[in-house]
Ligand binder design. Structure first.
Ligand code: PHE
Length: 450
């Protein structure tokens, strides 16, 4: 199949292949690593509710909008907007997406590298000899402070990402998702049972599920929204790109519901693994990015066959992280391939190298660059905050305005209904995309400003 530029593009082989790949992009470190730690920093239950509200009210309609633009044009985000509104400035959504992809991937690979390292450390039994929970945290802290180890694992994760994206869409991506998705859900359920049966677990459950709205600030609302965009891979054209490889036969509405449902399930399960263990070990939920890596060894060490369980867990998490990182690199690469006519291998390797270099200060942010401040944050936090809390919601709101008011919900509806039966909830969707999504993002930005 060729697109307007005569470039060959892959297509998903099966319906399930597409849903799994889009869910693969969505489910990743955002659900398993970031969601628990920012929930911990933002007061627990009330933050979880805000996050769910953003994911359902803003995330679902924007995801459907992105799939629709992608399938309509069969192009990368820049090309897609140029095709739908030639010569207009809307193409800026596409460029912002490429930039956001670049920034996010630069620190995503650092955390992906932690996962690779923890597979190695599980296998050589470094993770099952902690005398008490504090030791596990101390071990992780000294690991992430080591510049050589950090850069090495950052490079390994980037190399793995580049290797998969080399192969193009379905060769690499579809296969990886088939195994990872169900596997990750199963192992999280097993860990959840262990965690919930630890002494003192209920205090953690209460923190996680009982909403205390007194703890909500403008900043936590912004973070809840940023997290909804981040976990669902929205606001930067990843889902436009994935939708562009989609054939006409797919049902876009039900695919959207599956992808969002599965991602939320994994995030919520991750919280149910982490918080009971945090209260059992008498740790602080506000610890930050190291929370999950410090807490999990405590759960593993109280299970039969800890080495096996922790290795399997980190392998699955690595695959989940890779199916997300490849979608980030794919957005950047698809732009160079489609728009600038680079060869796939050149686009992927050159951009992989550039993003690796950009990630080095993030890799050093827990050690040698710990005290360097960028607008009051470490480099790692600064890039994450800029991309996840600002660029993604802004990109998403612009996409919503574009589809709702410029391209038009009627055109989008036609695309959704092209090969499938009726688009049932079209009025509700149109209302969410035209009014709710843009207003919610604008209001949250303003609230944060004042
Ligand atoms: N959704 C991915 C995760 O949660 C991260 C991601 C963000 C991927 C944006 C693509 C685009 O891990």
């Amino acid at each position: 199949m060729t697109n307007g530029n005569g470039n060959h593009r892959g297509f998903w082989k099966t319906r399930l292949g597409f849903v799994l790949a889009a869910a693969g992009s969505a489910v990743g470190l955002g659900s398993v690593w970031k969601f628990p730690y920012i929930t911990g920093q933002n007061g627990g239950g009330a933050f979880v509710l805000l996050y769910l509200a953003c994911a359902l009210g803003v995330g679902i309609p924007i995801m459907l909008a992105e799939f629709t633009i992608g399938r309509k044009t069969n192009l990368n985000p820049v090309g897609a907007l140029q095709t739908l509104r030639p010569g207009s400035w809307w193409v800026v959504i596409g460029y912002m997406g490429v930039l956001a992809g670049l920034l996010i991937l630069s620190y995503y690979c650092v955390v992906g590298g932690w996962t690779v390292a923890y597979i190695v450390k599980s296998l050589n039994h470094s993770l099952d000899r902690f005398a008490n929970p504090r030791e596990a945290g101390g071990y992780f802290a000294s690991f992430i402070a080591d510049p050589l180890e950090m850069i090495f694992y950052h490079a390994v994760f980037m190399a793995l990402t580049v290797a998969v994206v080399f192969k193009g869409v379905h060769g690499g991506i579809e296969k990886a998702c088939d195994v990872m998705m169900p596997g990750l859900a199963v192992i999280l359920c097993v860990l959840m049972v262990r965690s919930l049966t630890l002494p003192g677990a209920m205090e953690g459950v209460k923190f996680y599920l009982y909403p205390d709205f007194g703890k909500i600030t403008a900043k936590s609302v912004l973070m809840a929204m940023g997290q909804a965009f981040f976990t669902l891979s929205l606001g930067m054209g990843a889902m436009i790109t994935y939708g562009s490889y989609l054939s006409e036969k797919e049902n876009l509405t039900s695919s959207t519901v599956y992808v969002v449902g599965f991602t939320l399930l994994i995030s919520l399960l991750a919280g149910l693994v982490i918080f009971p263990a945090v209260s059992f070990a008498k740790l602080e939920p506000t610890e930050g990015p190291s929370l999950v890596f410090s807490v999990l060894p405590i759960v593993f060490s109280r299970m039969p066959l800890p080495t096996l369980v922790s290795t399997v867990f980190f392998v699955l998490l690595l695959i989940a992280a890779l199916t997300s990182s490849i979608s980030l690199l794919e957005v950047v690469a698809a732009y160079f391939i489609d728009q600038l006519k680079w060869k796939r291998k050149k686009a992927v390797s050159v951009m992989g190298a550039v993003i690796f270099l950009l990630g080095i200060p993030s890799a050093l942010s827990f050690g040698v660059m710990k005290d360097a401040r960028f607008m009051g944050m470490t480099f790692f936090e600064f890039v994450d905050n800029l991309a996840a809390n600002y660029l993604l919601p802004l990109g998403g709101a612009l996409t919503a305005i574009f589809v709702g008011w410029v391209w038009g919900t009627k055109e989008a509806q036609k695309e959704v209904e092209r090969h499938e039966t009726q688009f049932h909830f079209v009025e509700i969707w149109a209302f969410l995309i035209r009014f709710v999504a843009p207003v919610a993002v604008a209001a949250i930005f303003l609230a944060k400003l004042f």
